[in-house]
Design a protein around this ligand. Sequence first.
Ligand code: UDX
Length: 430
Amino acid sequence: MKIGIIGSGHVGLVTGACFAHLGNEVTCVDNDPHKIALLKKGKSPIYEPGLEEMVQTNLKEKRLSFSSQIAPAVRKTEILFVCVGTPPKENGEADLTTVGNVSRQIAQSMTSYRLIVEKSTVPVETGEWIHRTIRTNLRKKVEYDVASNPEFLREGSAVQDFLSPDRIVLGVESKRAEKILRELYRPIKAPLLVTDIKSSELIKHASNSFLSAKISFINLVSRICEAVGADVQKVAEGVGLDQRIGKNFLSAGIGFGGFCFPKDLSAFIHIMERSGVDPGLLKQVLEINESQKKYFIEKISKELWNLRGKTIGVLGLAFKPDTDDMRLAPSIEIIESLLKEGVRVHAYDPQAMPHARKIFGKRVTFVRNAYEAARGADALLIVTEWAEFLELDLKRVKKMMRQAVVFDGRNIYDPKRMQGLGFQYYGVGR
Ligand code: UDX
């Protein structure tokens, strides 16, 4: 099938490359000329395992092309996926300006039936707005459908999540739209759920909010574990063995970051308030997440006594491993707090340092590996659980530090082993 992807970021580029990989003819559009120039050379502007190779293969086999113009893509494709950003406004509401602009441009270029599919995470009722925008901007009286097909892609495993999803959700309003999307997704073996558009839009926000709630719940439990001297990892293991709960997303740490959970939670809270529904539970989820970082910083300043003039090594900057994404990463607030206290910060991350340099500039010293981050440090913080940090020669790390103090924000090390090596070790909830 011929597919247009409008917005070639984390969602659009993965969606386009994977649809091309499945044999479709795909045009990815983006209004960032630098990004398009890179993509035309087969270079991916984002770090996602397997993505760049997939882009190169499909470029070469002419199933995938890139453009900065919407109109030609509308003319030559039948299905248009809207994958543009929906960033949070000041008040937490999702900013749908780009969704509106793109819908208008699509309408103005339509000369025959088109299926417009919202894939970006959008607040419920956005489908109706897209409908309205298209109807008022059509230059020619043509038929069209709008559908919702939310993405459930985790950064760092987006390609795999697309090709082997837990489920495919299709929010449709016509048999024609349903038939087209069923045909498109036929090669992917996964449960396929067909709903109305509003329910499909809500599935995404409800899923991310529930996952965030699981994380904040175990982070709340980690506090009582610390207060009484229990081990939150054992508690999480015991709780997660209940089939109704499951073990995933019960890892206590410094909280969730990234451009999905915090943004989707705020948007969902805003939709509830707008609809007269009390979002108290979700507000608490966000509040626990925010205070979890403050709690971690307090622990550091309490144990190190005064922070001014101290040197602290930070291992990990990305909001999670296997990505270079720094958006709303917990490392940002943690490092800003340390800098405010007059701490000298030496930071290392395998992928995210180019983005981190844009955020911190010269205020942070970026080093070439974890050992350099430990050199002369009064404390070492584990902020992102990159696998390579598990392989570190901890005896060598200890020798390089001024004092052997480790604050493990992602519980990657075993407390007994660390104490045995002579570290003053602080985990989360242990
Ligand atoms: C999330 C959803 O998982 C995905 O379905 C959706 O499409 C986009 O948002 P992502 O934000 O890429 O994906 O990362 P995810 O792996 O979900 O982790 C989000 C944050 O939660 C990370 O900061 C991670 O460190 C944190 N986390 C995750 C925990 O603190 N504890 C956990 O047990 C799991």
